[in-house]
Design a protein. Structure first.
Length: 324
């Protein structure tokens, strides 16, 4: 109910579409499964941010479909500006900018300047990746597989979803653990699973819309695979993410034990317990991405392509730049 009210308050979706589609899209249910244990104000801010992300992604699709370069790049520039000073853009006339500023402003209140700067840096890169995808789509360029994978890790928002594990845990994770090979690998595998499974479920819509951005489409157009072979290959990559995550998770727990033992006073101090709890929370919720993503893609109305009048155009989308 809170998310529905927020969508209306921020003018991100017309009232009739909120009433008809908001609940069945399951956006807030998805986030509740991703960030278990988060305080109420944190989960509320993350949920609204995630809802905004979905709406922004849909607007990107509409602007690309209709070739609206001016509208897209104006929005892109305004998001960069709002990201650096969200408090100054809470009353911005563009709903997507004002809603974005409001969620970032709330997220910035949980940990501190270092986390805020890291989150902003990561999201600037995400906006830049969306610009690249926009150009690819309007010029009908399908990226090669390796290029697509790198781009997708940004457009899916890998880095910020991992950043949000820290306010969920109530503290920043020490940099030597957060930037370690095992932590980064575990984060990458849970996010790649999510992105590739999303590609599997989005493939019918994106083929119908002559899209260029899907792992399956890159495999078909650059590796010469048939549709059936591409689906098999994407499924294999999805499954590999699970087994590779388990390896990285084990290595991270071993690294954490060594880190705690090396702290002044050893593993029995309050700081050691706090670090152990934060990393434990992060790993637990990385694991939750697997089950939550799987559930979401089979429960959300976002992927019920066969029930749409036009398989390339979701009925819940509101084109904030104007229907064309």
């Amino acid at each position: 109910m809170e998310s529905r009210a927020w969508l209306l308050e921020k003018r991100l979706m017309p009232a009739d579409k909120v009433t008809r589609y908001a609940d069945e899209l399951r956006y807030t249910d998805l986030i509740a499964g991703y960030y278990v244990g988060a305080p109420k104000d944190v989960i509320s801010a993350i949920s609204d941010f995630s809802t905004w992300f979905f709406v922004w992604d849909d607007q990107h699709d509409r602007d690309a479909v209709h070739g609206r370069r001016t509208a897209w790049y104006r929005l892109s520039a305004e998001l960069h500006t709002a990201l650096d000073a969200p408090g100054d853009h809470l009353a911005h006339p563009e709903p997507l900018v004002a809603a974005f500023a409001e969620t970032v402003h709330r997220l910035n209140g949980f940990l501190g300047p270092a986390w805020n700067e890291r989150f902003a840096r990561h999201f600037h890169a995400i906006v830049g990746a969306y610009d690249q995808e926009f150009e690819n789509r309007v010029t009908k360029v399908t990226p090669k597989v390796a290029e697509y994978i790198e781009l997708r890790r940004h457009t899916f928002g890998h880095s910020v979803w991992i950043d949000l594990l820290e306010p969920t845990a109530g503290r920043e994770i020490p940099a030597d653990l957060r930037t370690s090979g095992p932590f980064l690998a575990a984060a990458r595998h849970c996010q790649d699973f999510s992105a590739w499974y999303n590609d599997l479920c989005s493939l019918p819509k994106e083929l119908a819309g002559d899209d260029q951005h899907n792992l399956g489409i890159s495999l078909i157009r650059h590796e010469g695979l048939s549709l059936e072979e591409a689906v098999v290959e994407v499924r294999k990559r999805v499954e590999n993410c699970v087994t590779e995550f388990e390896v990285a998770e084990k290595e991270l727990r071993e690294l954490l034990a060594g880190h705690l033992a090396a702290l002044p006073g050893g593993a029995g101090t309050a700081e050691a317990r706090s670090v152990a709890e934060a990393v434990g929370s992060a790993v637990f919720n990385m694991r939750n991405w697997f089950s939550s993503v799987y559930w979401f893609h089979h429960e959300s109305g976002r992927y019920r392509v066969d029930s749409w009048d036009d398989r390339s155009t979701p009925p819940y989308v509101s084109d904030l730049a104007g229907d064309a």
